[in-house]
Ligand binder design. Structure first.
Ligand code: SF4
Ligand code: SF4
Length: 352
């Protein structure tokens, strides 16, 4: 499917959101696929520790290709789930296959496995973005959060940056994804300094999500305290030459704590999260197999997308009901806010 048809599908999708349709002509333009649920770290805040209720496994290349072929409208693919994607040895070939079908592919990775040769392979694969999980610039704090050493991570990042320079390309773009929690809240400025030193393109901070885990509540920084920390970091960051999202985070701060009252969730219209065994879930906040809507490897995708389960979910979301308990604590609003702003711009003055 060429890019014009894909873009037309995205346009129809927005119109169908405005019209609050439950059965859709349009198909998702964004998906997340889990290449593996194995991991080389054991992060303290990760749902993988006590929410994983499926066997450990990898997706194979043939299944990946089958899935991509079933989803021709997709424009953006995030290729990771509850695990480190680079543990799947076929990852560069998966990226290559999706890229050759006009899909922008990004991954989240801790980068600990990236040696010089893998760095070059990833660049050649067509990968557009690596979101590097980086919660501290201090190796002891890093180890206490990720329960894994920091040195291989720094080495992996350097390998990528050097390979990118050697091959004279700007891709993949390299971002730090930094989760703000009690353990690191005082050192956000040092994370920015580390990013500058390592020649990272951008730093994206995000407050810790509960992810349905009681013990994460203790690690969450309280709203007022967090606001002060962000303001202070923003002031100190003036002389640091690295792009970051702190201003944006401050601008959207209040919404961040009340997403469901202000910003609806568009996930049932716009995206899907596919497990390594083909299980289809609504979004990446659903960590249990009980939330599988269907299996894309076994069933016809069109029937899943417009089947009774998806239509019922859309109906409940239109009513504003928090259909799943997971949705009650979700603060994954950044994507929704982008769609919300776009729709509001189009429908200015029209009550929808
Ligand atoms: S690297 Fe990611 S998947 Fe692995 S334990 Fe940490 S947060 Fe979880
Ligand atoms: S509210 Fe959050 S958890 Fe629920 S579907 Fe939307 S993004 Fe996913």
């Amino acid at each position: 499917m060429n890019q014009t048809v894909k873009k037309f599908n995205t346009l129809i999708n927005k119109i169908e959101i405005i019209l609050k349709r439950q059965k859709l002509f349009s198909y998702p333009s964004y998906i997340q696929i889990e290449p593996t649920n194995r991991c080389n770290q054991r992060c303290v805040m990760c749902p993988r520790n006590d929410k994983l209720d499926v066997p450990i496994g990898d997706m194979n290349l043939e299944d990946f290709k089958k899935i991509i072929n079933k989803l021709p409208t997709v424009r953006n693919l995030l290729l990771n789930g509850l695990g480190e994607p680079l543990l799947n040895k076929d990852l560069p070939r998966m990226i290559n296959y999706a890229s050759s079908r006009g899909i922008n592919v990004s991954i989240n990775s801790n980068c600990a496995l990236i040696n010089k040769s893998l760095a070059k392979e990833l660049i050649k694969s067509g990968l557009v973005l690596i979101k590097i999980s980086m919660d501290s610039s201090d190796s002891q704090v890093y180890q206490s959060i990720r329960r894994a050493p920091m040195e291989p991570v720094i080495r992996g990042i350097k390998n990528l940056v050097e390979a990118r320079e050697e091959m004279k390309t700007q891709y993949p773009r390299l971002w730090f994804n930094s989760i703000i929690m009690r353990n690191n809240a005082k050192e956000l400025i040092d994370i920015l300094r580390l990013a500058e030193e390592l020649r990272i393109d951008s730093v994206r901070f995000k407050p810790l999500d509960i992810w349905g885990m009681e013990h994460n509540k203790e690690m969450i920084v309280k709203k007022n305290e967090l606001k002060k920390i962000i303001e202070k970091t923003l002031e100190s960051a003036k002389n640091i030459n690295v792009n970051h999202n702190l201003k944006k985070l401050l601008r959207d701060f209040d919404i961040y704590y009340r997403p469901k009252e202000k910003i609806p969730c568009y996930s049932p219209w716009t995206e899907l999260y596919i497990q390594y065994y083909g299980g289809v879930r609504l979004c990446c906040e659903f960590f249990s197999q009980k939330y599988d809507i269907d299996n894309i490897l076994k069933d016809n995708f069109k029937e899943i997308w417009n089947g009774p389960k998806m239509q019922q979910i859309r109906k409940e979301f239109i009513k504003g009901n928090t259909y799943f308990s997971v949705c009650q604590t979700c603060n994954r609003f950044q994507r929704n806010i982008r769609i919300y702003n776009k729709i509001n711009k189009w429908t200015k003055g029209i009550k929808i």
